[in-house]
Design a protein around this ligand. Structure first.
Ligand SMILES: [Zn+2]
Length: 407
């Protein structure tokens, strides 16, 4: 088989790919947690494109959600039979997007994508539109030329950006039989500019909420108050120093190689300057190396809280806000990693290396079920940013990588 034939076919589809990406990203697909009306309108366009390819099997697994007008969050699974039907290569991408953020930072309407000088900009073009389009057009190019080597499954899902409860998590609960341990699962939803990293492992995720309670009063009479902001400031500094010195192990497989502990959100306290605040709420985002136990981190937090409580006469509640312990990594020699690395090398001429990341991806849901999923794509790394954009070069190159794996 000469892959050049398929590569030429994909090159010929370049403007169609671009137009389709512009079309789908013109339809906002925001979940209700992001004050949106859901993914259905965009889903219909994506589904029509997949249906036009005549897959051997189409399954819609819609998750009920009363908060959206359609009452469901749509999910599509389409399978094309291959010559070898013992295994399926799954490519999972998501159709929902995040809100544009600050409108004034955008050079144009985020939901009116623009094509200029080989780039396409708009909300959702990278995250995760590029992968949606690349997977559909890869399937089309292969189907219209040499046919599929193994079964190929396209999974196009909702709700990735707000937890996947109505997306992949729902699918895996409803139909755990769809994905098999021997399948190759690719999640093109994170990557770098060179396309040379394959994510196979992740850190533990721990979000902790601290509620500090003191005594509010007039700023001229601190003797009658218990200032929670002062306590919070000392608490953050002490906690920051302690966590970084206590949990300082490194694992160069990850980038960054150490656990990270970041004070992030701080809720508003009093609106005026002459009141001493009597309550402060703040959060830490922790990404903990897999060989450490998040429980140990929480224990240390409690100890610092106790010491600050005593010195400042306040109460500090330490609460797990969100916690997701990392599952076993996908082995570096899993078939999906191998096939992906080979395809990437052939198309892009780089030798990708498996590594771990701090942020969790939707691949976690597969790994938690013992399914080997690899995360890869070649992108400009502008997800969630204003003026999010992709290059047509990557769009077409990634389409070729997926097609290379399909034949
Ligand atoms: Zn994404």
């Amino acid at each position: 088989m000469d892959f050049q034939e398929i590569a030429r076919k994909i090159d010929g589809l370049s403007s169609e790919c671009t137009e389709f990406l512009v079309r789908i990203c013109s339809i906002p697909a925001l979940g209700p947690d992001n004050n949106g009306t859901g993914e259905m309108a965009k889903y219909q366009v994506v589904k029509d494109a997949v249906t036009a390819l005549n897959p051997d099997l189409i399954e819609e697994i819609h998750a009920p959600d009363e908060r959206v007008p359609d009452g469901v969050r749509p999910n599509l699974l389409a399978v094309f039979h291959g010559r070898d039907n013992a295994r399926t290569l799954w490519i999972l991408s998501h159709i929902d997007v995040v809100p544009p953020g600050e409108q004034r930072l955008w050079e144009h309407d985020p939901f009116k994508p623009e094509v200029r000088d080989g780039f396409i900009s708009g909300r959702g073009v990278e995250d995760n539109g590029q992968a949606v389009v690349a997977s559909i057009f890869a399937a089309r190019a292969v189907k219209e030329t040499v046919g599929f080597g193994m079964n190929v499954g396209l999974a196009l899902v909702s709700d990735e950006e707000t937890g996947s409860l109505y997306g992949l998590d729902y699918i895996l609960h409803q139909r755990p039989d769809l994905f098999k341990p021997e399948d190759l699962i690719l999640v093109p939803d994170a990557g770098n500019a060179d396309g040379d990293v394959i994510e196979i492992a992740e850190k533990h995720l721990l979000h902790v909420k601290f509620t500090i309670k003191g005594l509010q009063g007039h700023a001229s009479r601190p003797d009658k108050c218990r200032n929670t902001l002062r306590a919070a400031a000392h608490f953050v500094v002490e906690l920051d120093e302690l966590l970084h010195s206590k949990f300082n192990s490194k694992n160069t497989f990850f980038n960054p190689p150490e656990s990270t502990f970041e004070p992030t959100r701080k809720e508003a306290n009093v609106p005026n300057v002459n009141t001493i605040p009597g309550e402060d709420v703040l959060f830490f985002d922790c990404r903990i190396l897999p060989d450490l136990d998040p429980r140990q981190v929480l224990d240390e937090m409690e100890l610092v809280a106790e010491s600050v409580q005593e010195r400042f006469g306040v109460q500090i509640a330490v609460d797990e806000f969100l916690r997701s312990d990392s599952p076993n990594p996908t082995p570096a020699d899993a078939p999906v990693v191998f096939a992906l690395a080979q395809a990437v090398q052939e198309i892009y001429g780089v030798q990708p290396r498996p590594h771990g990341i701090g942020g969790q991806t939707v691949a976690t849901f597969f790994r938690k079920r013992g399914l080997y999923a690899a995360v890869w794509e070649k992108i400009l790394q502008m997800a969630h940013a204003p003026n999010e954009r992709v290059s047509v070069e990557n769009l077409i190159g990634n389409t070729k990588v997926f097609a290379r794996m399909m034949v």
